[in-house]
Ligand binder design. Structure first.
Ligand code: HEC
Length: 164
């Protein structure tokens, strides 16, 4: 049955119709969201999570008897998220590309420095997990401060400061 020329033509026409529909979807994947590449939202959500976890750490350290388990868990969350930062910045997603982002072009101009800044947060958050585990408030506060320096160190160079 399928050997008839008409049937073969119909199958070919259906297939190419499917292919056109699929490639059309692909091409519109980004434009559909209206907000640029989804990776921008993903990395901003990741930083939000880092910000929330850091807030939780500072909140505990303001108490007379901080919950060191919660501090260590928050530091661990920051550590997991910090390891993802590097992969969240594909080329063409800076503020100069016209997207709603605070990512400065310096990220792509100095990739080694950016990578080192992200690694610093990985290292300092890991250290905070360790120090918090020892249950000493002064030492934990000092390490939380040091970790905060890793945030500022990166933001000063690589994040657009629109608060000034
Ligand atoms: C390696 C660089 C780097 C490090 C380290 C870093 N940040 Fe950021 N952060 C950025 C960049 C770049 C942006 C802007 C991202 C964007 O808008 O696409 C940002 C954005 C943010 C935002 C705003 C997210 C949003 O909703 O747009 C928060 C909050 C934040 N960072 C908190 C922190 C905290 C807290 C730390 C440290 C515990 C930290 N960051 C460490 C580079 C870094």
């Amino acid at each position: 049955m399928l050997r008839s020329p008409t049937a073969r033509f119909l199958i070919a026409a259906t297939l190419s119709g499917v292919l056109i529909a699929c490639s059309g979807d692909g091409a519109n994947g980004n434009a559909g969201s209206g907000e640029g590449p989804p990776i921008i939202k993903e990395r901003q959500d990741n930083f939000e999570g880092i910000g929330d976890a850091f807030k939780a750490v500072r909140g505990e350290l303001e108490k007379d008897t901080p919950d060191f388990i919660l501090i260590a868990a928050s530091a661990s969350d920051i550590n997991t998220r910090a390891a993802k930062i590097e992969g969240h910045f594909p080329t063409g997603t800076s503020v100069d590309d016209g997207f709603d982002t605070e990512a400065l072009p310096a990220i792509w101009e100095k990739p080694e420095a950016f990578k080192a800044a992200a690694q610093k947060l990985v290292d300092e958050s890991a250290m905070l997990v360790t120090v918090a585990g020892q249950g000493d408030k002064a030492a934990t506060s000092a390490q939380a401060m040091t970790m905060g320096g890793a945030c500022k160190g990166c933001h000063d160079k690589f994040r657009l400061d629109d608060e000034k």
